[in-house]
Design a protein around this ligand. Sequence first.
Ligand SMILES: [Zn+2]
Length: 136
Amino acid sequence: MPDAMPSTDPVPAKPQPLLVAAARGACPQCGAPTLFAGPVRFASSCHGCGLDYGQFNVGDGPAAFLTLIVGAVMVALALTLELKVHPPLWLHVVLWTPLTVVAVMACLRVAKGVLLTLEYRNKAREGRLTGQDQEP
Ligand SMILES: [Zn+2]
């Protein structure tokens, strides 16, 4: 008999696909959408399971990388529009400026979510030498 009642268990039966989880801002441990406190700022911890997001470090790599990629795509789209339609200059400013900001923030949110989820799933930590703390 299929289970007609939705589960109230905060722990999902299996992990969500990586991009789906990242796009939803899902906690990598319980799946609740609590990963972000702002548009691209991580929350301090999960409200559902208490996982401390401060222990993860995704760095600033995604920001520079995504800004360059999104910028190249936007320039290509702007050049294509200019060559095909020849719109006035003000239309370029009104169209591409907010579109670029929204695209960078959306991609950055997904990229940061992917990196944090991968750190959690792979138990990634800073490298340590074995026996580093032991004195002979
Ligand atoms: Zn959680």
